[in-house]
Design a protein around this ligand. Structure first.
Ligand code: NDP
Length: 240
């Protein structure tokens, strides 16, 4: 039986590539998104992957959305916590709203998405959870205290939940991308981008497909001995 995989923020950017990679690897994929119906409809038409709209910052919406996926597609075997936002600003100018939005979307979403599925995974004796961090969570980035905190917190969550569930056939891991050529990075001003590329030893931005292949590997049976780990995919920019 094909395994069921849920990818948050699975309709655009890195998530889009992850959804497609998992489908190609034989999973039944459900791609969650927040509100960009146009992008989701285009993604669905192009890939044939089912889309589910809800806000991962809401526990109630995650419970409801995950229950709907289980009713329609079957028990969830794989969760990829990929949805993320930035609301950049130096701390001395950051609003509480900027802080809270990023912590709710990029960190609290991990509880919201994992808590409703973890008991089922434990009962069935199999599960794969892959959380998408960032090089800026590993090294810290000025102007991103909210994002760096969320993306570093996610690594601690991963290590704790990995230990709790290792004996139940469940692995929990992190992929920490460097700068990847997506809309999020396209929003970075050109001079800043050139400076960033200058700091990447490989000499280019990463590709979403390169992150997707890491995720697909961690989701596979072959990765059963890897848990609590962080795979850095950053072109050598930061060696954690
Ligand atoms: P994009 O902005 O291209 O796509 C974000 C996706 O997440 C969209 O599908 C969006 O839905 C969804 N999303 C955003 N907020 C929510 C929410 N509250 N609930 C549900 N879905 C939501 O992001 P990227 O592909 O660039 O980034 C993906 C992940 O990778 C993020 O966690 C990011 O922090 C991380 N990352 C990205 C890097 C990069 O260089 N791009 C580098 C390092 C890490 P909708 O389409 O409806 O808006």
């Amino acid at each position: 039986m094909a395994r069921v995989a849920v990818v948050t923020g699975g309709t655009r950017g890195i998530g889009h590539a992850i959804s497609v990679a998992l489908k190609e690897a034989g999973y039944i994929v459900a791609a969650n998104y927040a509100g960009n119906d146009e992008a989701a409809a285009k993604f669905k038409a192009e890939t044939g992957i089912a889309v589910y709209k809800w806000n991962v910052a809401s526990f109630a919406e995650c419970q409801e959305g995950l229950a709907r996926i289980e009713a329609e597609l079957g028990p969830i075997d794989v969760v990829v916590n990929n949805a993320g936002i930035t609301r950049d600003g130096v701390l001395h100018k950051m609003s509480l709203e900027q802080w809270t939005q990023v912590i709710d979307t990029d960190l609290n979403s991990l509880f919201n998405m994992t808590r409703p599925v973890i008991e089922g995974m434990r009962a069935r004796g199999f599960g794969r959870i892959v959380n998408i961090s960032s090089v800026n969570g590993q090294k810290g980035q000025m102007g991103q205290s909210n994002y760096s905190a969320a993306k570093a917190g996610l690594i601690g969550f991963t290590k704790a939940v990995a230990q709790e569930n290792a004996s139940k056939g469940i692995t929990v891991n992190v992929v920490a991308p460097g700068y990847i050529n997506t809309e999020m990075v396209a929003a970075v001003p050109e001079p800043v981008l050139q400076k960033i590329i200058g700091q990447i030893p490989v000499g280019r931005l990463g590709k979403a497909e390169e992150i997707a292949r890491c995720v697909a590997f961690l989701a596979s049976d072959d990765a059963g001995f890897i848990t609590g780990a962080t795979i850095s995919a950053n072109g050598g920019q930061y060696l954690a």
